[in-house]
Design a protein. Structure first.
Length: 144
């Protein structure tokens, strides 16, 4: 990739958020005019425990350069134990992504409560920075 392509390229990032915590933090960040990168596309889910690991592979296959799953802090799930199920899937998902030859850093997770709009903004900026450093995701797109 040439230097001009690097400057023009912007990562496409999918963020799956828990309705009760991380989505609320994103909403609060927007309400308070906290800016975060425009490359982030948020998909609201009822709970991080409802997250299906195939969504990561599907997102990466359809052009995403990175995926973040974010929900309530462990122990604070609106549905009781959803984020504990999610936490177990994270390890499996990281291993699967790496097994498929994709950098495991392309799949990240975070715990952000509804009152942590600043943390949401900082997490999005760090995520975009991390994925930008990795460059475009070509692995799954090339497998089509």
């Amino acid at each position: 990739m040439s230097l001009t392509e690097t400057k023009e390229w912007k990562p496409k990032i999918i963020v799956f958020t828990c309705n009760w915590c991380t989505y609320a933090a994103a909403d609060t960040a927007g309400f308070n005019h906290f800016e975060y990168p425009a490359q982030v596309r948020i998909i609201r889910t009822p709970c991080s425990g409802r997250f299906d690991p195939i969504w990561v592979l599907r997102a990466l296959n359809r052009g995403a350069d990175g995926v973040l799953l974010s929900g309530c802090h462990p122990g604070d799930c609106h549905y009781g134990t959803g984020n504990y199920y999610n936490r177990r899937r994270q390890t499996i998902m990281k291993n699967l992504v790496e097994y498929m030859g994709i950098e495991p850093e392309r799949f990240q997770t975070s715990w952000i409560s509804g009152s942590e709009a600043n943390k949401f903004q900082q997490t999005m900026e760090k995520l975009v920075s991390d994925i930008t450093r990795l460059g475009p995701n070509r692995k799954l797109r090339d497998m089509r």
